[in-house]
Structure formats: structure tokens, C-alpha cells
Design a binder for this molecule. Structure first.
Ligand code: CTP
Ligand code: MG
Length: 247
């Protein structure tokens, strides 16, 4: 990564965690004592390339998040902004993107934006760096992992329609990294399309621009249902033990 560049991070955090069935936004739940959100922010707070983090949050939850982000901004000497989330994830990202478009703190011409779900607390610094490096090279990059399960398409009655060839399918993760201008342009163009984009690469694909996938990690879980909590804690415990044995 020799070319000078800087990056902004967009963290969509305005979901309601329906599938988790928790009383609060699931990203406030702790994993071994540290919130999912705080763990998801860790790689970005520690990255020298990331100059600003923009969190999209529900207006009703702004206060709760402000307390956390004020503390983290001071501890890591990083700028963290909060913007209002939208009804769908892509609307939350669009609001944060608008903030980055207007942000006056940019110093370099080469600007990347990394979009990362607040619900993915196991992202490592290595994987973030690989994503940024690929973003610089390709302009639009997502993480993908080969599917472990066979996938079937079904109809409304649960009858199997077909079985797509698994070898050409990938399960998609975040972070997804883009040239800032490219993502701004594509989000501008899909406004009013009526499509509910569930990831940001999808917005770029829709605009007909090439998107590169690099290998993600099976450990880079999205915390979605209650059993993901136990799985994530097991991975964190194993990482902590590995760190200890290195000392
Ligand atoms: N998200 C968001 N704005 C929305 C919906 C989701 O910022 N309108 C965020 C979530 O907070 C999460 C990420 O997008 O960090 C991925 O979404 P998902 O895992 O689906 O979280 P939720 O939407 O909260 O969960 P559920 O779909 O089960 O309600
Ligand atoms: Mg959701």
C-alpha cells in the first residue's frame, strides 16, 4: 500500500435485530464483556488509514450510541460521526455516504470508503487491510466465502425448483471497500430504483461496474440469531488463548 490514500468507514447500525429477538438493538449485546458494536469498530479504530467513522443509528437510540462513541473517539483519537439510519440498510448507508461527501476533513485525493456491518464483531485488522489494499487496486471489492451447504431454490409451497451449482456461489460479508466517488455516483444513480439492495456491491453491480470479490473468513460472522452469540464467543476465546500462548 505505497500509494497515499485515506479511508472513511461507514458502519450501518440502525437495524432492529428482529431475528435475534433481544430487547435492545442486538449490537449492544456483549460478547465476553465487550459490545458487538465496539468489537466491530476495533479494526477501524486501530487503522492508520481510516480517518473518520460514520455510524448510521436510529434517532431513538442516538443517545445510547453517543455515549459509546464519545468514549471511543477520545480513547483512539479518531473522529466518529453519527447520522440517522433509514428504514432499510441501504438507506442507512446512503445517509452516511452523504455525510462523507460533505466531510471537510479529507486531505488526500485518493479516498476509499469501507462499509462494515455493526453486527460483524470478529473482523480482524489483517482482513480489513486486505480489503483496503484490494479496494485500492480494483475500486469496488467485497468479501466472499465458498458455501458449505448445498443451496436449493424453492417455490412458495416449499417444493424444490432447482439446485444451483454451489461452486460458483459465494456467501458475502463486509467490509466492502470502494473508491468514494464511485460509490457516491452509484448510490446517486440507484435512488428511486425501488430495489432493496442488501449489500453495497449490489449497488455498484446494478450500475454495471465491475466488482471484485476477495476471500473473506468463515470467522467473520454476522451476528443474526441467538446461536451466533455462543459461536462468536467461542471464536473470541480461542483467539484470546492463542494470544496468551504467544507471550
Ligand atoms: N442496518 C441498518 N439500517 C437498517 C437495517 C439494518 O443500519 N435499516 C444495519 C444493522 O444494524 C446491521 C447491518 O445493517 O449492523 C446488517 O443488518 P442485519 O444483520 O440484518 O441486522 P438487523 O436488520 O438489525 O437484524 P434483522 O434483519 O434480524 O432485523
Ligand atoms: Mg436486517
Amino acid at each position: 500500500m505505497e500509494e497515499p490514500f485515506e479511508a472513511g468507514a461507514i458502519i450501518p447500525a440502525a437495524g432492529s435485530g428482529r431475528r435475534m429477538n433481544a430487547p435492545t438493538n442486538k449490537i449492544l449485546l456483549p460478547l465476553l464483556g465487550v459490545s458487538i458494536l465496539e468489537r466491530a469498530l476495533d479494526a477501524f479504530l486501530n487503522s492508520e488509514f481510516v480517518k473518520i467513522l460514520v455510524l448510521a443509528v436510529k434517532p431513538s437510540e442516538k443517545r445510547i450510541f453517543e455515549a459509546q462513541t464519545n468514549r471511543l473517539a477520545a480513547a483512539f483519537n479518531k473522529e466518529i460521526a453519527l447520522v440517522n439510519g433509514g428504514a432499510e440498510r441501504w438507506e442507512s448507508v446512503a445517509n452516511a455516504l452523504e455525510y462523507l461527501r460533505r466531510w471537510t476533513g479529507w486531505k488526500r485525493r485518493k479516498r476509499l470508503v469501507a462499509v462494515h456491518d455493526a453486527a460483524r464483531p470478529l473482523l480482524t485488522r489483517e482482513l480489513l487491510n486486505q480489503s483496503l489494499a484490494a479496494g485500492l487496486e480494483y475500486g469496488a471489492v467485497g468479501l466472499g466465502v465458498p458455501l458449505k451447504d448445498t443451496i436449493k431454490r424453492v417455490d412458495d409451497d416449499g417444493m424444490v425448483v432447482d439446485t444451483p451449482d454451489r461452486s460458483s456461489l459465494r456467501a458475502i460479508q463486509t467490509p466492502q471497500v470502494f473508491e468514494l466517488d464511485l460509490l457516491l455516483d452509484c448510490y446517486q444513480r440507484v435512488k428511486g430504483s425501488g430495489i432493496n439492495f442488501t449489500d453495497d456491491c449490489g449497488v455498484v453491480e446494478y450500475c454495471g461496474r465491475p466488482v471484485k470479490l476477495i476471500l473473506g473468513s468463515y470467522e467473520n460472522l454476522k451476528i443474526t440469531t441467538p446461536e451466533d452469540l455462543a459461536l462468536a464467543e467461542a471464536i473470541l476465546r480461542r483467539r484470546e488463548n492463542a494470544d496468551r500462548s504467544r507471550l
